[in-house]
Write a protein that binds this ligand. Structure first.
Ligand code: EPZ
Length: 417
């Protein structure tokens, strides 16, 4: 089993280059099968979620060619097959094959997706969207089959501005007959990245990034070139690490506007940050002020940064409050932070975090991707050597995290035990 061993207290300086966005890449790869020819996608992050999606593409007979930064996907010889549990449970984003296969073949069959255990993570909104387009949904145990004689555009309203449902409905609707509108659509930048990819293939999507997306169905989609946007969550995680132990730490190759909510909170705390066109330089300070923050759909404070942000809040003078409004089980990092010396009380959906506290090393476990990221941040700023178990979770979403941190002076090793 892989573990991370981190000795805290080092000052991190230099440049960390941000990779392509996991939550965009994991949608772009299934979306590529909608074209009748090959597409090339640049800036694909080298993370295990991408490997899992490529396994599904190969299982379906789509040809994939990967190098360190891009992937070529040729769907011309693929066949529609049921995606078994062994594939679908590896990650949440496997469910994008439901929308893509339905959009391409008018039929898709797969088992309930995997993903971090941060909540029940239902897919009812995805299925309601498919039904609105004319598909019949059959659920047998945890196997989902969606099938339509014809896909016809329809007005769809999402009860929750769901990222996954917004993208999956787009994938199913791009080749439907007529016009589909998605109201109360999620506005995350990753959705814009997927809509732009589909439009590069010849789709007619307008309004992505707003709460109303309009899709005019087309008959054919052709191959194209596309690029994954920088990962705002990876960038935010390293910004938080910089606020904890950085000295002129440069987070490079980012779109700062995608981090407005985090930047605003960090300024409120008193973090020393200098914002450039495509980078941010961050330096640790010693007099951070308490704040209250709550997660929300984009452009609100991202739920995926809630857990790492809690570590920064342990350094703020007074009692800070962090409220999680998106997921019902996203506080699994808290007991481990407490074991490292944090003073945190769970109050329903809100954490009351007293500071400043000095963190010390402990033996901890990554329960999910972003909880693991929080433990890395905590270990880097703690006294002593921390061991983090179950790091497979972290490697799913942070490309070359050990090398990136070693390059800026962190004492971090990945060990097999
Ligand atoms: C995406 O998950 C991200 N994952 C998550 O990031 C992120 O936390 C989440 O969006 C919110 O920003 C990927 O993009 C692969 P949702 P998704 O549908 O699409 C409820 C990470 O750390 N809901 O926007 O699954 C749901 O339970 C991961 O990178 C329904 O009720 O999230 C949740 O409470 C973790 N029914 C809320 O909506 C549905 O059909 C938001 O979920 C769908 C969602």
């Amino acid at each position: 089993m892989k573990i991370l061993e981190i000795t805290g207290g080092k000052t991190l300086s230099g440049t960390i280059k941000i990779s392509g966005a996991k939550n965009s890449a994991v949608a772009l790869i299934p979306a590529a099968i909608l074209a009748d020819e090959e597409s090339k996608i640049f800036n694909i992050p080298e993370i295990t979620d991408i490997d899992a999606l490529c396994d599904i593409l190969s299982f379906l007979g789509a040809k994939t060619t990967r190098d360190s930064e891009s992937i070529v996907i040729d769907p011309s010889k693929m066949k529609n097959k049921e995606i078994s549990d062994k594939f679908s449970r590896k990650l949440r984003a496997s469910y994008y094959f439901l929308g893509a296969l339905l959009g391409k073949y008018k039929k898709a069959s797969m088992y309930f997706p995997g993903g971090c255990s941060i909540g029940a993570r239902p897919i009812d909104l995805h299925l309601k969207g498919f039904e609105a387009l004319g598909a019949k949904v059959k659920v047998k145990g945890n196997k989902y089959t969606v099938e339509a004689k014809k896909l016809v555009g329809a007005p769809i309203y999402l009860d929750i501005a769901s990222v996954g449902a917004t993208i999956n409905i787009m994938l199913a609707a791009v080749k439907a007959e007529g016009i589909t509108t998605i109201d109360n659509a999620a506005k995350e930048p990753e959705i814009v990245n997927v809509a732009t990819f589909l439009n590069n293939m010849g789709a007619h999507i307008t309004g992505a990034g707003t709460s109303r997306i309009k899709i005019v169905g087309v008959e054919h989609l052709h191959g194209c070139f596309h690029e994954v946007i920088p990962d705002r969550i990876e960038a935010g995680t390293y910004l938080i690490i910089g606020a904890l132990c950085g000295k002129k730490l440069k987070i490079d190759n980012i779109i700062p506007e995608h981090l407005d909510s985090l930047i605003s909170k960090m300024k409120e705390i008193g973090v020393d940050i200098e914002i450039g066109a495509d980078y941010i330089v961050v330096t640790k300070k010693n007099d951070y002020k308490q704040v209250s923050a709550q997660t929300a759909v984009y452009p609100g404070f991202p739920t995926d940064l809630q857990q790492p942000f809690c570590v920064l809040l342990t350094k703020c003078k007074g009692t800070s409050n962090m409220t999680e409004t998106i997921w019902e089980n996203r506080f699994m990092h808290v007991p481990y932070l407490i074991s490292m010396g944090a003073d945190i009380i769970i109050n329903g959906d809100t954490l009351n975090i007293k500071g400043p506290t000095n963190l010390h090393a402990a033996e901890v476990v990554a329960t999910d991707l972003r909880a693991g990221a929080a433990l890395v941040a905590a270990a880097l700023s703690a006294e002593g050597t921390t061991r983090i178990n179950n790091v497979e979770h972290i490697l799913r979403g942070y490309e070359k995290i050990v090398e990136k941190l070693q390059n800026v002076g962190a004492k971090i090793e990945s060990l097999e035990i």
